[in-house]
Design a protein around this ligand. Sequence first.
Ligand code: NAI
Ligand code: SOE
Length: 390
Amino acid sequence: MQNLNVGLIGGGFMGKAHSLAYAAMPMFFWPAPAMPVRKVIAEATDDLAAQAARRFGFETSTSDWRSIIDDPDIHVVDIATPNHLHAEIAIAAAEAGKHIICEKPLARTGEEAKRMYDAVRTKELVHMVAFNYRRTPAVALAKKYIEEGAIGRVISFRGTYLQDWSADPNSPLSWRFQKSIAGSGALGDIGTHVIDLARYLVGEFGSVNSIMSTWIADRPVQSGGADKLGTVSGGGGPRGAVDVDDEILTMIKFANGAIGSIEATRNAHGRNNFLTFEIHGTEGSILFNYERRDELQVAFAGDQADRSGFRTVYTGPATPYGEGLWPIPALGIGYGETKIIEAYDFFKAIAEGGTVSPNFADGYQTALIDDAIIDSAETGAWVDVPTIDS
Ligand code: NAI
Ligand code: SOE
């Protein structure tokens, strides 16, 4: 079993989640496909980097992410920075021949995502984009049911991602509200998770018709630093303009004839991480709510009439990834487990010389869907989504 040295760039929320995954992955999945070694972590300053190394168990730290790219001992570059740095780091890492895992959204625009995809597509390296909700066991179970034909032909998909952390007009103008850093607002930040699930479970998007709104036009300025996701007030200082969307709503015509909708907002009071989908097929239905992520609700058309309706299946040893997780259903799947499974699949692909999904092709296709949603919201028209040449 080989050791693979990881250089992690960004020690905020995702730096924590990825570090946990590297430490825990071999504890869950044994024998591990490879042993991740937490070699070096980069942060914005020397002090932040040193603290991150201590906290997250890395051997060394740096405030210069380029030194990670230049280090021949690093096998894996993990990009967990705000979105505007993804492309520059990923392209440099690809040129240096490193395996890359990059947080979502892959890029701020389709054009930026294309450059990233072009940088990796002909190289012998594993690339992954961290749409980890696919790795929730109940979502993988939904995929299995669909592939087995348990709900027949999929005819419709309704997805939501509703949060409320940005509903307070005095929560700071963090990087997530700045187009130059984030690319877009609720669309890229959380809408892309649902787009990824829709592509995974239903298929490619044909066209979209969308609405986008910005509810809070300005917020107290925050310069640099991690996004505290609404847990701190921005205070009474100067306010800056929000130039991204707070909310998006889109209708979808899928290439295979199914239809659907996606709503995403971070301004829905009372909603925390309400990532849901309901899928209707010709022979049954599936309902998933991430806030109850141990459970998949299923209904089958063939059920006897006096007992038909949704039933709950709890994920556990008999369901996807069950061999590595907990020994009894319903002990509790958390956010950490989705990242541990993600790390497992990523390192497995490296160890076996294979590929993993979602990868940069998926990230690029998702960015093109984002572009089409923005275009449609601006024009009011249905917009066709181009399909990438992969
Ligand atoms: P965060 O704001 O908590 O942390 C970002 C960190 O990057 C900060 O600590 C900041 O100091 C650091 N940083 C900034 N410039 C840097 C540089 N030049 N070198 C090294 N470090 C630098 O942000 P968060 O929530 O961790 O988001 C990071 C990425 O992960 C984003 O792309 C975001 O969209 C994605 N994300 C994905 C999630 C998922 O569920 N897959 C969840 C949360 C975020
Ligand atoms: C904030 O909306 C956020 O942290 C997103 O950036 C993540 O992608 C999502 O998983 C949780 O919420």
